[in-house]
Write a protein of this length. Structure first.
Length: 191
């Protein structure tokens, strides 16, 4: 009975991935995962409608506002199909490591439906950095366009949207916040 948020990584010849999440208090229930390739946006819109969830927001990656050959962006198509939902474009960070670390920091708050997110779990488990075969040195960027990179990137859209949502709520203007000294008594200091 909770509203559902979706988090995307867009693709066509590579995969489009979608994570389905419900916020429950300070935690998140990751209730479903879907991926496919070589499908147009109307296919995904119908799939979303057929699931029967009550959607409150759809979060697209940076390319969600890019025009396709038909000049109809995924963002515009979602707005038309789900007029009562919020549609957001989540900015891509300058470095991929920022998105990876955002997922890592959010992970303790996630509760996964084991059956409905099994394919997504495979993506997360196999997402890896490239290794130079000659030197054995890891690259600075993870492998892209592998069967599992798009599912991992979709979860990064989720983690980065939480960060950007918090940034949007930061006070601006003349008001000053009282800053408390940092201590290591936080429950997160042990993670």
């Amino acid at each position: 009975n909770k509203p559902v948020l979706t988090f995307w990584d867009l693709g066509h010849s590579d995969k489009t991935s979608i994570w389905f999440v419900q916020r429950v208090g300070v935690e998140y229930n990751v209730i479903n995962y879907y991926e496919d390739r070589l499908k147009k946006m109307p296919f995904y819109l119908k799939m979303l409608q057929d699931l029967g969830y009550q959607y409150s927001a759809h979060n697209l990656p940076h390319d969600g506002s890019a025009e396709t050959l038909s000049n109809i962006t995924p963002e515009k198509q979602l707005r038309k199909a789900f007029p009562n939902s919020t549609i957001r474009i989540v900015k891509r960070p300058a470095k991929k490591a920022i998105g990876i670390n955002a997922v890592r920091s959010l992970f303790p708050l996630l509760n996964f439906d084991e059956e409905n997110t099994a394919n997504g779990w495979q993506c997360l488990a196999r997402y890896a950095y490239k290794v130079d075969e000659d030197t054995g040195v890891f690259s600075k960027e993870p492998e892209h366009d592998t069967p599992w990179s798009h599912g991992a990137d979709g979860l990064q859209t989720f983690a980065l949207s939480i960060k950007s949502e918090a940034d949007e709520k930061k006070p601006t203007g003349k008001t000053k916040e009282r800053v408390r000294p940092q201590t290591n008594t936080s429950w997160m200091s042990n993670l």
